[in-house]
Design a protein around this ligand. Structure first.
Ligand SMILES: Nc1nc2c(c(=O)[nH]1)N[C@H]1C(S)=C(S)[C@@H](COP(=O)(O)OP(=O)(O)OC[C@H]3O[C@@H](n4cnc5c(=O)[nH]c(N)nc54)[C@H](O)[C@@H]3O)O[C@H]1N2
Ligand SMILES: Nc1nc2c(c(=O)[nH]1)N[C@H]1C(S)=C(S)[C@@H](COP(=O)(O)OP(=O)(O)OC[C@H]3O[C@@H](n4cnc5c(=O)[nH]c(N)nc54)[C@H](O)[C@@H]3O)O[C@H]1N2
Ligand SMILES: [Mo]
Length: 767
């Protein structure tokens, strides 16, 4: 089955193959100031073409085609102008999945687990698609994964599950899984008696979900694509869409063409927010568009203070929508009193934004008939993120900017189906109506006690209280905080099971027994007993649509679909005929979703329509299903983070050449970095104050209650960064984030405001 192993490591710089302390020599070059454009397309094609992936690209984001496995931005079905609308990073995601490279049995025979631990995720991912199921068994004394039959793999898992206390089993999902796979996965866990269904959403937009559910009654955003394109004012907070949601730039550009204004809050002036060239349009090839009308270089975690400054200013000006406030909200008087009591100087320290800038933004708000706030992780991954989001929602409610054209909340989601996974039951604390509906529909008891979120699951695994870990996609050891703690947590399990496409860092930390089960990916053809199967996904705007993989190129590999694997585990574990029909025909899973989740009426019928269908959305209609039926205006503490002398706040961000732990390449074109990832971006004055220079080599040391954590060998890069703060890439920076440092209310790791100091290595990088 496995193909000949090709020697790929030689094409990688030695340092980048090794993990994690090796030093690379990144080059820092001329900084490109305009996002996308012809360069972007050419760059993408370098990744895409050698991967013989043109069919998926040509059918991507078209009716009857495959949903882009990259980010959760909506697919532009209405677009009839372009032969193909794809973005540079969508093309890279497809190329990564459709690679002709193979990590076959010979790869696993060649590298022991101990050796795999010395490799970076970049190197591991470049080995290619996994070709057959693999088993590692520590008790055999063999330090390698070896091929195993699917039957044996399922039998081993069933045997383990039958004797494991379900409270000591964890079922993790990464947001690329389809609704069908996710629903089957939660059925497996819940029928076993566990709500331990953590997901990457716990690490991502959990703060969004918690805050929006509380104050607006729905943990999702409220806008549609047309709102975004027609709004008068877009306030973009803590996001880098030029890299992470590239097709949203097309909507930003349309918004600007329609006369809209844009305000950007970010400690770094991200290229894709400042200016843009549209790769799809011939005009866009030559005319760069200015995007940000007002750029606010906010301090890390300064957004809460900024929105308090802005809300206070709007109250002082009485630039409020009193009709909306009276009819739809509660808590106005308390909020007003609180904001007016806040000290302006303290708020300014907290945000780093001057009163004059706040006044300019307030002018824009006053002139705008409609406004949207969009955000991603720069908002959600701090200790007080839930408070920040509640303050952002205060802004929308005070100005009546929700549930009308061109207005609302716009969290841009991460993985292509992370939102859908939640909708269909991947959550450790699904609400009672869902659990009751599953129990009634299937007739088995469903546990009611809340399960473990990702951080709690890892703590239970770390502290010896867990036996079994199963992962529907993802790479938890690398993407979670506190890498060393996670390595220990994973390798101390009795059994670990990973459903994966490619080798990754989590595979290098197997439990006593470990299975790697290779899956068909979104672009791969999937034929079952009833014929070719489709799957469904939900995008950032709550639209559910079908995705059909057509690629036959991997049909020679011994892969199974995610639905097939999960249901086969169920079949072997329970020994009944509950599971097989769902493998044979995924439409039956959709029928079950329809029966147990509101909003999926005529599910199978409605996904036949190109573009799919919208799920119900209360806030969009000014219906707020909160405790008192109102949109809640809330009082939030300012809580400015303390910065002891000689310390910085550190944020972890994505480069332009990665998808989370999948590293496509070693460049970060928009930030002007080439051939290296161990870099720390800092303001020149902070560099000077610490006695360093551009190019200095440093160790980064984080400071926490239980001691220090160290990330060695980073090159200092002088950058236009907010003062007192610095940024590095994930997952290189994850070793610095303590597992116990998590956001209040959402338990999301504090990935974007870590207290650190730098230790000089006393030398400069060579270039
Ligand atoms: N190509 C590509 N696409 C992706 C991904 C990928 O890795 N690659 N990942 C996907 C996933 S899972 C997600 S969740 C999204 C992530 O999308 P983003 O949130 O855009 O991802 P990050 O790189 O973490 O960028 C965070 C941004 O917030 C800024 N920031 C950091 N701290 C603060 C702060 O305190 N305040 C403010 N205002 N800004 C701050 C940073 O400077 C940076 O610009 O993208 C999705 N799409
Ligand atoms: N420091 C820091 N850490 C972070 C973040 C941050 O901003 N800073 N962001 C967090 C966020 S927002 C998120 S969402 C998480 C992401 O966390 P995860 O979703 O757990 O991680 P990924 O790196 O996206 O997972 C990549 C792996 O998924 C597998 N894979 C790819 N495609 C498929 C498929 O179709 N099916 C299956 N079964 N497997 C597949 C491949 O084996 C690949 O190695 O990381 C979090 N970690
Ligand atoms: Mo994410």
């Amino acid at each position: 089955m496995a193909k000949v192993l090709r020697q790929k490591s030689s094409s990688l710089s030695g340092a980048e193959g090794a993990n994690p302390t090796a030093f690379d020599n990144p080059k820092v070059g001329h900084r490109v100031k305009v996002a996308a454009g012809p360069g972007g397309v050419i760059h993408a094609m370098q990744h895409a073409i050698p991967a013989r992936g043109l069919l998926p690209l040509l059918t991507m984001n078209k009716p009857g085609g495959v949903d882009c496995p990259g980010c959760a931005w909506p697919e532009p079905y209405q677009n009839d102008m372009n032969l193909v609308e794809f973005c540079e990073n969508g093309a890279k995601a497809i190329a990564e999945e459709t690679t002709a490279d193979r990590a076959g049995a010979d790869f696993w025979a060649r590298y022991s687990v101990t050796e795999l631990r010395t490799k970076t995720d970049f190197w591991l991912g470049k080995q290619g698609r996994i070709t057959e199921p693999l088993l590692y068994d520590r008790s055999s004394g063999d330090d390698h994964y070896r091929p195993v039959s699917w039957e044996k793999a399922f039998a081993l898992i069933a045997e383990q599950l039958q004797r494991t206390d379900p409270q000591k089993a964890v079922f993790y999902t990464s947001g690329r899984a389809s609704n069908e796979a996710a629903y089957a996965f939660q059925l497996l866990a819940r029928r076993l008696g566990s709500n331990n269904l953590p997901d990457c959403g716990n690490l991502c937009h959990e703060s969004t979900g918690v805050a929006l559910k509380e104050v607006a009654g729905l943990g999702k955003g409220s806008i549609t694509m047309s709102d975004l394109e027609t709004t008068d004012l877009l306030i973009s907070v803590g996001q880098n869409p030029g890299t992470n949601h590239p097709r949203s730039l097309t909507s930003f550009k349309k918004m600007k063409e329609n006369g809209g204004k844009m305000v950007v809050l970010n400690p770094m002036p991200e290229t894709g927010l400042m200016a843009f060239r549209e790769p799809q349009s011939p005009m866009g090839m030559v005319v760069p568009e200015k995007l940000a009308d007002e750029y606010l270089q906010v301090r890390l975690d300064g957004d809460r203070a900024f929105f308090q400054q802005l809300n206070k200013e709007l109250i002082l000006r009485d630039a409020l929508d009193h009709v909306f406030i009276d009819k739809f909200t509660s808590g106005f008087e308390q909020l007003k009193e609180h904001l007016l009591s806040l000290d302006d100087a303290e708020l300014e320290v907290g945000s780093g934004i001057s009163a004059a800038q706040v006044a300019r933004v307030a002018d824009l708000v006053e002139r705008a008939e409609s406004a949207i706030v969009s955000w991603t992780l720069g908002v959600t991954q701090h200790r007080e993120s839930v408070g920040t989001l509640r303050e952002i929602m205060n802004f929308l409610f005070l100005t009546g900017n929700i549930g009308k054209p061109g207005a609302g909340s716009a969290p841009f989601r991460g993985h292509s189906n992370v939102q859908g996974n939640r909708t269909v039951g991947i959550w450790e604390k699904m609400p009672e109506p869902f659990l009751a509906a599953v129990e009634e529909h299937f007739g088995f008891p469903v546990p009611r006690e809340h399960g473990l979120d990702t951080v709690k699951a890892l703590r239970q695994m770390r502290d010896g209280g867990n036996r079994f870990f199963m992962s529907l996609g993802g790479n938890l050891v690398r993407v979670a905080s506190d890498t060393a703690a996670c390595e220990k947590a994973m390798s101390s399990q009795e059994m670990t099971v990973h459903l994966s496409t490619k080798p990754n860092g989590s595979h290098a930390w197997p439990g006593e027994k470990a299975l790697i089960l290779p899956v068909r990916a979104r672009t791969d053809e999937d034929i079952q007993a009833s014929g070719p199967q489709k799957v469904t996904v939900e995008n950032s705007f709550g639209v559910v649509s079908a995705s059909v993989g057509k690629r036959k190129a991997n049909n020679d590999l011994d892969l199974k679909s995610e639905v097939d694997i999960i249901c086969s585990v169920g079949r072997e574990t329970f020994g009944d005929d509950f599971w097989q029909p769902m493998i044979d025909n995924y439409a039956l899973i959709r029928d079950a979703i329809e029966a147990t989740v509101p909003g999926f009426e005529n599910y199978n019928e409605r996904i036949e329509k190109p573009g799919g269908f919208y799920l119900p959305n209360g806030p969009r209609e000014r219906v707020f299903n909160t405790e008192n039926g109102k949109a809640l205006l809330t009082v939030n503490e300012t809580n400015v983070l303390d910065l002891p002398a000689g310390h910085l706040l550190l944020s972890t961000v994505r480069s332009h050449d990665q998808f989370n732990s999948t590293i496509y390449g070693l460049d970060d074109r928009y930030r002007g970095v080439r051939q290296g990832r161990r870099v720390v971006f800092m303001h020149r004055d902070d560099i000077a104050q610490l006695g360093l220079q551009d190019g200095s080599l440093v160790d980064i040391v984080s400071v926490w209650e239980d001691g220090e954590r160290r990330a060695p060998n980073f090159r200092v890069i002088e950058y236009d960064h907010a003062r007192g703060c610095c940024s590095v890439y994930l997952p290189e920076g994850n070793v610095l984030v303590p597992l116990d440092s998590a956001a209040k209310g959402s338990n999301t790791p504090v990935y974007k405001s870590v207290l650190v100091r730098l230790e000089s290595l006393g030398r400069q990088a060579e270039v």
